[in-house]
Design a protein around this ligand. Structure first.
Ligand code: ZN
Length: 107
């Protein structure tokens, strides 16, 4: 399934997140969220958001085995690969597990 090209795409959180709010994001961002694994397409007008902030952090740390991707020490935190100021979004693909001394930005 693909999203119809439209100005705004509706974002529904998946049930497991326990939140009910609906949100809208620009089409470009919606495509990016799907590409980077933070959402899946529900229908041509709607995507399902798979993570909230906390569950995404947990997921990223699990993928990287709680190990800092920069120095190999125990990773206690997560960081962006491409920072939001450069257009990076909060997604499994754009985040990695880091230790506190390698952490650069706040997530
Ligand atoms: Zn480190």
């Amino acid at each position: 399934m693909e999203l119809f090209k439209q100005e705004w795409v509706t974002v529904k959180p998946i049930k497991a997140l326990g939140v009910k709010y609906l949100n809208k994001v620009p089409y470009k961002k919606a495509i990016k969220m799907v590409d980077e694994g933070s959402a899946v397409i529900a229908n041509p007008y709607t995507i399902y958001k798979l993570f909230d902030r906390r569950s995404l952090r947990r997921y990223v740390r699990k993928i990287d085995k709680n190990t800092c991707v920069y120095c190999g020490n125990k990773g206690e935190s997560t960081d962006y690969i491409v920072p939001p100021s450069d257009g990076g979004i909060r997604s499994p693909k754009n985040m990695c597990c880091v230790c506190m001394s390698c952490k650069k930005s706040t997530t």
